[in-house]
Design a protein around this ligand. Structure first.
Ligand SMILES: Cc1cc2nc3c(=O)[nH]c(=O)nc-3n(C[C@H](O)[C@H](O)[C@H](O)COP(=O)(O)OP(=O)(O)OC[C@H]3O[C@@H](n4cnc5c(N)ncnc54)[C@H](O)[C@@H]3O)c2cc1C
Length: 607
């Protein structure tokens, strides 16, 4: 049964019935020791932890006031409830669900860790960013840090004794990371002295743990400008002695924290490195290879942010659904002329049903899209041939900007529809949907804005390997389209999805020509094109889910399952007929020479 925060049945459907991880992943390669029962046990535990501990930790229970991280006397404190939660999180082994047992992890496929994350994030994104960043930083240390202290640092991060961050952004270097000014000077002992200011650093300082490991992008003095001259350093908040004990503070000082629209419990810090000339860091990877190291993690981090959009959409939809069943207001439209008609629950009103099915069908589509990207990462790990590996690597490259941007943009749509479903109460702190809406807003901004993702898709990914990766992705959709075409009940939808994908392929070819003659057309179209391709791919995922549901319904399932599978088919029809169907018309518009936003003089935007 779904609660208002998580829907375990839906996750099980995707994992076991749609992506059939039992056949494709479990029992193979690094997952040789894992089976479906273990997966279901982890999902159930994660659902309970979300319900019982994570979700109640966010708002003040009496007034639903936001709980905030606080900056006082140069120090940051997290909301009180986070201390116990952090302990439970670390003790439960949740920091390393899909990491190798060699580093204390549970070794599950990445798709399982992502499903678990979806639940946790739905309960409290602000808190989850502490372990999320810790995991990301630990993965960098694991893969790139060659130092006698590597294993100790890893152990402390994976067991929750220390946390981690990502320090890229500076006041003058946001989207353009290459403009950074933080510098590093090599010391005779091989360490580097770091000097500079980083801003917007999530979980940058706090009192959850005794130490924080900061991966910091900086330029070694004398290295070239731009991204080519960037290196990356491990900079601890507190210095670590050779025997692993903690030493002096490392001259990393918190300048302040941001007052934000959402994710209040997560401290977004300005960090000053080396104000007193005493900040020491160790090189990670090779000199001037900082961007290469960061890019290694980028796909995973961007998929993680996409997962945030999915998580908050899920919680918003489930809350709105529950409210719509309870809230009584107005009469059923079929009884409008009956003066004695009783007021009905708002779920009976057509416009509320439209919003609910829109939320459901978007949420289920982006859930499938985001999980599939992790599935591709797992398929890459179990692949046996180079061709197979290249195929799955290509799928990851293509899908990453789509997952990051579309899932988070749709998070805005779904959380806003949830507020609308509640009416005036949705706008008030008494109910949680306004918080979900505010929290999701950051997901389209950090980890590379969605505009930058669109440029990545159009400018880099579509043409990768001369378009081979794009064609492979399109080819992958064919089997489910063909299956749906063979089913009278889904034939029209299958044709719609096929037309939409063809329109995206056609537009991509036109963009590639226009890039040489009139590049503004594709550059202006990039974001809308990312949405068109996402809506076509989500149409494919809906067909896949509807095909699966059709097969299951034929096997005469229980009444509950019958309702579940029927919901899948209706959701697929609604999404494909209302959203995917519009893609060909939108693509026609996008390739046209409409560049008024370039032509308009700056002073004509407002006079
Ligand atoms: C709450 C929060 C948490 C954060 N956490 C972290 C963190 O942990 N670590 C970290 O390093 N950073 C973090 N950031 C920073 C975040 O990644 C940046 O805000 C983001 O990359 C955008 O940079 P900017 O704010 O300087 O905006 P700008 O780069 O100034 O962008 C402003 C607008 O211009 C657009 N734009 C910029 N350049 C181009 C271009 N070439 N083409 C088209 N459009 C362009 C952008 O898409 C955006 O819409 C966080 C930010 C916030 C608000």
């Amino acid at each position: 049964m779904a609660s208002q925060w998580v829907d375990v049945r839906d996750l099980q459907f995707l994992l076991h019935e749609v992506f059939r991880i039992g056949d494709e992943l479990l029992g193979k390669g690094p997952f040789a020791d894992h089976d479906a029962d273990m997966v279901n046990m982890v999902l159930d535990q994660a659902a309970k932890f979300t319900e019982n501990d994570i979700a109640p930790s966010y708002p003040d229970e009496v007034h639903r006031q936001p709980v905030e991280a606080v900056f006082k006397d140069g120090k940051v404190s997290v909301p009180e409830a986070y201390h116990r939660l952090w302990q439970l999180y670390a003790e439960g082994g949740w920091l390393s669900v899909s990491d190798s047992p060699d580093v204390g992890g549970q070794g599950f496929p990445a798709i399982i860790a992502a499903a678990v994350s979806q639940m946790f994030l739905a309960g409290n994104q602000a808190f989850l960013m502490y372990p999320g960043l810790t995991h990301g930083a630990a993965r960098l240390v694991e893969d790139f840090f060659q130092h006698p202290l590597r294993d100790l640092i890893l152990e402390k991060m994976y067991n929750g004794a220390w946390t981690g961050t990502m320090c890229l952004t500076e006041p003058g270097a946001g989207s353009d990371v290459g403009a950074l000014k933080t510098s590093a000077r090599k010391n005779p002992d091989g360490t580097y002295s770091i000097t500079g200011t980083k801003c917007f650093i999530s979980a940058g300082d706090h009192n959850l743990t005794e130490n924080i490991i900061h991966p910091v992008l900086a330029r070694i003095e004398g290295d070239p400008p731009g991204t080519k001259g960037i290196s990356i350093f491990v900079v601890p908040k507190i210095r670590i002695n050779p025997d692993g004990s903690l030493g002096e503070p490392n001259d990393v000082n918190t300048g302040g924290i941001e007052s934000k629209m959402g994710i209040h419990g997560n401290a977004t810090c300005t960090l000053n490195f080396g104000e007193n000339g005493k900040c020491i860091g160790w090189l990670m990877g090779e000199e001037r290879e900082g961007m290469k190291v960061m890019f290694h993690m980028m796909n995973e981090e961007r998929q993680g942010v996409g997962t945030m959009g999915v998580a908050l959409s899920t919680a918003a939809y489930l809350h709105a659904l529950s409210y719509a069943k309870e809230r009584v207001q107005g009469v059923n439209v079929m009884q409008m002329r009956d003066p004695d008609a009783k007021a009905c629950p708002i779920i009976q009103h057509p416009d509320i049903r439209r919003m609910l099915l829109k939320m459901k069908s978007i949420t289920e589509a982006i859930k499938a899209l985001a999980l599939y990207c992790y599935y591709a990462m797992d398929r890459l790990r179990v692949a046996e041939t180079d061709a197979e590996k290249d195929k799955w690597q290509g799928m990851i490259e293509m899908l990453t900007p789509i997952v990051k941007a579309y899932c988070t943009d749709m998070g805005d749509v779904v959380t806003s529809l949830a507020v609308q479903t509640y009416g005036g109460y949705g706008y008030c702190r008494e109910y949680p949907v306004e918080q979900l809406m505010r929290d999701n807003r950051i997901n389209g901004i950090y980890e590379g804005t969605n505009g930058i993702q669109a440029l990545d898709l159009l400018g880099r990914k579509l043409g990768m390997k001369k378009g081979l990766y794009f064609m492979t992705l399109l080819g992958e959709t064919q089997a489910e389209i063909a299956k749906a075409k063979g089913n009278e009940a889904l034939k029209a939808e299958a044709e719609t999805v096929e037309k939409a994908l063809n329109a995206c392929a056609g537009a991509a070819m036109q963009f590639s020509k226009l890039m040489r003659s009139n590049p503004f057309v594709p550059l202006i179209a990039a974001m809308d094109y990312l949405h068109c391709l996402s809506e076509s791919l989500c149409g494919w995922f809906h067909l896949w889910m509807a095909n699966t549901a059709t097969e299951k319904l034929a096997a005469n399932p229980s009444e509950t399952d019958k309702a579940f599978y029927t919901g899948k088919i209706e959701g697929a029809k609604f999404y494909i007929n209302r959203t995917t169907a519009l893609v060909p018309a939108k693509c026609d518009v996008l390739v046209q020479d409409e560049i008024s936003c370039i032509r308009i003089p700056d002073e004509a935007f407002a006079v």
